[in-house]
Write a protein that binds this ligand. Structure first.
Ligand code: 5RP
Length: 218
């Protein structure tokens, strides 16, 4: 399903791309399938911006030019996976720990195309632990603040983000107002960002199912 949805994403974005277009590329196993499929149309666009070191490496291996985001003004589209999504196309991301760069690249893109298999669709988000990237010296303080929000923060041991920070995975959250919670957690001093993509959610979700790929918009 991940492979099928990756192929569908390439078919979806191809008509939007021109010789000067830049594609934002996410991180994870679904995004990896997308990178492999994207390589087949690499002559149709200029290059890509990567949301992680791992993605940059995979893009380069395929001969796709990788740009620093600071040298890019316009990005046609950002394509990335998710850990959960709901009916409002709010997302939880960051299972792979790349949430901050993913959120930055998504913010720049005109359109965010989320690629998932059907196991990622939920009624209420929060069963997947919500990743929060934290400045190392603030880990304990942020954990105490997150506990006040009725979550159970668990330090992702032996993991350092591409930005040199730590991840707290918040378990047992029932997320009913994703936009408000995203803003509230980002307001805790020491938080770099959190894995809720609600204030800038997906514009379209391409969902792989056993019967084919569904296109979901609001
Ligand atoms: C990485 C992410 C990924 O998009 C998310 O974890 C989904 O991964 P996969 O496609 O492997 O299921 O947010 O930080």
């Amino acid at each position: 399903m991940k492979q099928a949805v990756a192929q569908a994403a390439v078919a979806y974005i191809k008509p939007k791309l021109g010789k000067d277009s830049i594609v934002g590329v996410g991180t994870g196993s679904t995004a990896n399938f997308f990178i492999d499929a994207l390589a087949e149309i690499k002559t149709f666009f200029d290059g890509a911006v990567a949301s992680s070191e791992a993605t940059a490496e995979r893009l380069k291996k395929h001969g796709i030019t990788v740009y620093d985001l600071n040298s890019v003004n316009d990005m046609e589209v950002y394509v990335d996976g998710a850990d959960e999504f709901d009916s409002q196309l709010n997302l939880i991301k960051g299972g792979g720990g790349a949430l901050t760069r993913e959120k930055i690249v998504a913010a720049v893109a005109k359109e965010f195309v989320c690629i998932v298999d059907s196991s990622k669709r939920v009624e209420v988000m929060g069963e997947f632990p919500l990743p929060v990237e934290v400045i190392p010296m603030a880990r304990s303080y942020v954990a105490r603040e997150l506990a006040k929000l009725d979550g159970m923060p668990v330090w992702r041991k032996d993991f350092i983000t591409d930005n040199g920070n730590l991840i707290l995975d918040v378990q047992d959250m029932e997320i009913t107002d994703a936009k408000a919670l995203e803003t509230q957690i980002n307001g805790i001093i020491g938080v770099v960002t959190n894995g809720l993509f609600a204030n800038r959610g997906a514009d379209v979700v391409l969902m792989g199912t056993p019967d084919g790929v569904e296109t979901i918009t609001l």
